[in-house]
Design a protein around this ligand. Structure first.
Ligand code: ATP
Ligand code: MG
Length: 399
């Protein structure tokens, strides 16, 4: 067995010693069988959340209603979820309540795809009642049970199917595609935050071209915020190779392809329920990206943008141009690093100095003059030193 399973084996052992069953489940087992890098290991157990809490001294209730407890063990954290079934589905969404059960098989049965319904015990033995290993060998995404039924229970599973296509490059089984074709409208019932999480993973996936094709062919894109009128633009998104992009850069590229008017960008991102901080960052990247597409950076724009935005803009610039000249990113960032000032507070002159030197009252002129000095310092016309700035201003005045 490999890491991160090895470190987690004592967690399973502890639960077993307390009289419960415990297994590795879900994405980690799938990725292990695929020999892909493994993210977090999820653990499923017959112990109820309270029993889990009694077994480990350090726990956090992160989703106790759904049976999930976070266990802190030897400086690592593990999500431990009680075996459960989800019988009462409402409005095509995940269930309102869950019932805890003592049987692993019942727990595996409620899972979405056969490749995600494999459990592994602490000795590495697989429990695979739905033949998920075969699906993995065939590279096939197949629902546990009937696709139509499972998608009607929770419509998000349709989006998960497509994001797994993107991440894994698997194909969708025929029944699954057929079910998708007529059930996508049910996605209208799904919380946007859940759709966003899947959409972001979809965009990040290596096989996004294939996944975007599916989004378009099945009409799924129409049930995602702000995308229904943008079929052609989504087609365009397929042309770009954006493996290197961060999440915010990915959203920026999407907006760029959608060709949204400036005034609708914020609304579009808000409709996706993106956090305000991310929205502001995306808007900032877009602002400088549009300038960059027209001309090279000016010193003043480098200064206004700052190194993180410069990096994002340049990365996107390369992606849009289909270039791989990533050294140019460092060239611009280095230029930024050499600027004599990085922000206004670095200037060796204040508004009060100006008021005293010119013996005048405050007003809009003050801001204008500070901006003028700032630009002069950046362009090397003035030196960032209180006396020198004063001299420079007097010279300018005489001219
Ligand atoms: P990732 O590597 O992206 O985390 P994952 O398969 O672990 O992929 P998660 O969203 O972390 O995906 O979910 C963990 C497991 O929970 C899945 O493998 C699957 O067994 C189950 N699961 C998650 N969402 C659903 C759902 N909507 N319906 C049924 N089972 C689900
Ligand atoms: Mg996971």
């Amino acid at each position: 067995m490999l890491e991160p399973f090895v470190s987690a084996v004592p967690v399973l052992k502890k639960l077993e010693e307390a009289g419960f069953e415990a297994y590795f489940v879900g994405g980690a087992v799938r990725d292990f069988l695929l020999k892909n890098p493994i993210n977090d290991v999820d653990i499923a157990t017959s112990a109820t959340p309270n029993e889990v809490k009694k077994t480990f001294p350090k726990t956090v209730d992160i989703g106790i209603d759904h049976g999930t407890i976070l266990v802190l063990f030897q400086n690592k954290s593990y999500e431990i979820t009680t075996f459960r079934t989800e019988s009462e589905y409402q409005d095509f969404r995940r269930p309102k309540g869950v019932s805890f059960v003592r049987s692993l098989n019942e727990d595996l049965q409620r899972r979405d795809f056969t490749m995600n319904a494999i459990a592994m015990d602490r000795f590495g033995k697989l429990i695979d009642p739905f033949n998920g290993q075969f699906a993995i060998q065939e590279r096939m995404i197949r629902t546990v049970g009937q696709a139509t039924e499972r998608f009607q229970e929770d419509a998000l599973r349709m989006m998960r199917a497509v994001r797994f296509v993107s991440q894994l490059g698997f194909e969708l089984e025929r029944e699954t595609v057929k079910a998708l074709d007529h059930l996508v409208p049910l996605l209208a019932h799904i919380a946007i935050e859940r759709k966003r999480a899947e959409f972001e993973k979809l965009l990040k996936g290596k096989n996004r071209k294939q996944a975007l094709n599916l989004l378009i062919e099945t009409g799924l894109f129409s049930y995602l915020p702000g995308l229904s009128n943008h079929k052609e633009h989504l087609e365009e998104l397929k042309n770009y190779d954006f493996d290197t992009l961060s999440k915010d850069e990915m959203w920026t590229l999407l907006i760029f392809c959608l060709n949204l008017e400036e005034k609708s960008i914020e609304g579009f991102l808000r409709n996706w329920r993106l956090p305000l901080k991310e929205i502001r960052n995306i808007q900032r990247i877009l602002l400088f990206l549009f300038k960059r597409l027209k001309q090279e950076w000016t010193v003043y724009d480098l200064y206004l943008a700052g190194s993180d935005t410069i990096k994002s803009v340049e990365t996107l610039f390369q992606v849009l141009k289909g270039n791989k000249e990533f050294e140019s990113i460092f060239r611009w960032v280095n230029l930024y690093k050499q600027l004599p000032i990085k922000e206004r507070s670095d200037m060796k002159v204040t508004g009060n100095d100006l008021l005293a030197w010119f013996d005048s009252k405050g007003g809009p002129w003050l801001h204008e003059m500070l901006t003028k000095i700032e630009q002069a310092i950046l362009e090397g016309k003035a030196v960032n030193d209180n006396n020198k700035i004063k001299e420079w201003l007097m010279e300018c005045n005489q001219k």
